[in-house]
Design a protein around this ligand. Structure first.
Ligand code: AMP
Ligand code: MG
Length: 394
C-alpha cells in the first residue's frame, strides 16, 4: 500500500501528453496549444481609424484652417488617393487611414459647413484616433505560446490573425467498463438483490464536463472470461480505460487478475486512503488503466484525485490537479493517523463544512459538495477552526 503523495508522484511520472494534432480553431475550445503560434499578419494590417470622423493633417488643426472634404473612406473601402494640407476625408471606424493623413478628428469635434470642416478648438494630439499598423502584434511575433489554454478570447484572437488551424494536444480516447452482476439500468424495475448502475453515469458526466466523450462503454457481469475478453480490445484502442468495480479481493473480483494476464503493468495498487483504497493504476504500451473501486463515492473521489489529473496531463495542461485552497474547518472531525481522507465538503467563504454521508457507498453527498477536504495520513483528528487543505471540484 502506498501513500497519496506517492500515488500522485507516480501519476506525474508515468502519464505523458498525447501526440499533438492539427485542428481547426473552432473545434479547439479549452484545449492546450502544442506549439508557439506566430502571427501571420501585422495587426491591425494597416493604419486604421478607431472612430467615426475625419482623416486630416494635424498641422491644419494647429493653424486652425478650414479643411476641405475631398472624399469618403468607409470600413473595407479605402479612399483611393492622397490627402494634402488643407484636405480631409470623412472616415469611419475600422477604415484605412488615407495616405497623407496623420490624425483623425472625431465628428463630434468638428464644425461642418459647405463641404468644409474646422476643429471646434478641442485639443487633439497628432496621431489621435488612429490604430497604427502592427501596433497590437507584428507579423511573425508569437501570438500565443505553447501551453496556452484556448479560451473563447484566444480563439477569437487567432481568428483575427487569420489563423484557421493550430496544433493542440488531443482529447483522450476513453473507454469505460462497468463490472457487477448486481447492476441494473435505471428505468427497469429492480429484481431481488439488484441495485441501479450509477458509476457509468457519474463518470460520463464528469468526463463531459471536461468536454471528453467516451468512445466505448461496456457493462459486464462478474466472470473471469467476460472480464478478460472485454478488457482486451479497449486497452488496445483507447488512451485510457476506466474500469468500475471488481478490483477488490472478493471471490467475484476478476479485474486485477485479468489485467495481470493481459500484461498490464501494475504501477500501483492500493493507496492508504478512504474512500477508494483498492485503486489500481497500470499501463500497457500507451494505454493507461484505472481500476476504480466500485462504491459510487470511491469512484468519484478516485476520479477527481487521480483520473482527472491524468486526463489533464494527457491534454497538455500544466496545472493538472484540482485547484486547492486553505480553509478553516467548521466543526471537529475525528480521524486516526495512518490513513488519508477525502471528505465531501461545502465551502462558505473562508470556511469549509464537512457534509453528512461520508460512506463510500453514498454518492449523495457528492451531489451537494463543491470540494474534497484532504486530511493527510499523518494527521489525527481535527478541531473546528483548524486550517485544512481543500481540493476544489471543477
Ligand atoms: P466492487 O468494487 O465491485 O466490490 O463494488 C463495491 C460496491 O459498489 C458494491 O456494493 C457494488 O454493488 C457497488 N457498485 C459497484 N459498481 C457499481 C455501479 N456501477 N453503480 C453503482 N454501484 C456499484
Ligand atoms: Mg463488484
Amino acid at each position: 500500500m502506498i501513500s497519496v503523495d506517492e500515488a500522485k508522484k507516480l501519476i506525474v511520472e508515468r502519464v505523458s501528453s498525447l501526440h499533438p494534432i492539427k485542428q481547426e480553431i473552432s473545434k479547439s475550445l479549452n484545449q492546450v496549444l502544442a506549439e508557439d503560434v506566430l502571427s501571420l499578419i501585422d495587426y491591425p494590417p494597416f493604419d486604421q481609424s478607431a472612430m467615426d470622423g475625419f482623416a486630416i493633417c494635424h498641422s491644419d488643426i494647429l493653424e486652425q484652417k478650414e479643411i476641405q472634404i475631398i472624399g469618403e473612406a468607409p470600413a473595407g473601402k479605402p479612399f483611393q488617393g492622397k490627402i494634402s494640407a488643407g484636405q480631409s476625408v470623412q472616415i469611419f471606424t475600422g477604415a484605412k487611414v488615407p495616405e497623407g493623413a496623420d490624425t483623425v478628428i472625431i465628428q463630434e469635434r468638428v464644425l461642418k459647413e459647405n463641404g468644409k470642416i474646422a476643429s471646434d478648438g478641442s485639443p487633439l494630439p497628432k496621431g489621435a484616433n488612429i490604430r497604427k499598423k502592427g501596433f497590437q502584434i507584428k507579423k511573425g511575433d508569437v501570438a500565443l505560446e505553447h501551453g496556452a489554454v484556448l479560451n473563447p478570447g484566444a480563439i477569437g484572437f487567432l481568428a483575427g490573425l487569420g489563423i484557421p488551424s493550430i496544433t493542440v494536444f488531443p482529447k483522450p480516447k476513453v473507454s469505460i467498463i462497468v463490472t457487477g452482476n448486481e447492476l441494473q439500468k435505471p428505468g427497469i424495475p429492480l429484481k431481488d438483490g439488484q441495485i441501479y448502475e450509477s458509476n457509468s453515469f457519474a463518470l460520463i458526466a464528469a468526463l463531459a464536463s471536461m468536454t471528453i466523450e467516451v468512445t466505448k462503454i461496456l457493462t459486464i457481469g462478474d466472470t473471469k472470461n467476460t472480464t478478460k475478453k472485454s478488457l482486451a480490445s479497449p486497452i488496445e484502442n483507447s488512451d485510457i480505460v476506466l474500469v468500475s468495480g471488481g478490483i477488490s479481493v472478493g471471490k467475484y473480483d476478476f479485474v486485477g487478475e485479468c489485467l495481470h494476464e493481459l500484461e498490464v503493468e501494475n504501477i500501483f495498487y492500493k493507496i492508504a486512503q478512504k474512500p477508494g483504497k483498492p485503486l489500481f493504476f497500470g499501463k500497457k504500451s500507451n494505454c493507461l488503466i484505472f481500476g476504480l473501486p466500485g462504491n459510487p463515492a470511491s469512484v468519484m473521489s478516485c476520479f477527481y484525485e487521480y483520473v482527472y489529473p491524468s486526463l489533464r496531463i494527457m491534454q497538455g495542461f500544466k496545472d493538472a490537479f484540482l485547484k486547492t485552497a486553505k480553509l478553516r474547518i467548521s466543526s471537529n472531525y475525528e480521524k486516526r493517523e495512518g490513513i488519508s481522507l477525502f471528505l465531501k465538503g461545502k465551502t462558505k467563504e473562508t470556511e469549509v463544512e464537512i457534509l453528512e454521508g461520508q460512506e463510500s457507498s453514498n454518492v449523495g453527498s457528492f451531489a451537494l459538495a463543491d470540494c474534497l477536504v484532504y486530511l493527510p495520513a499523518k494527521k489525527g483528528s481535527v478541531q473546528a477552526g483548524e486550517t485544512v487543505e481543500v481540493h476544489l471540484l471543477p
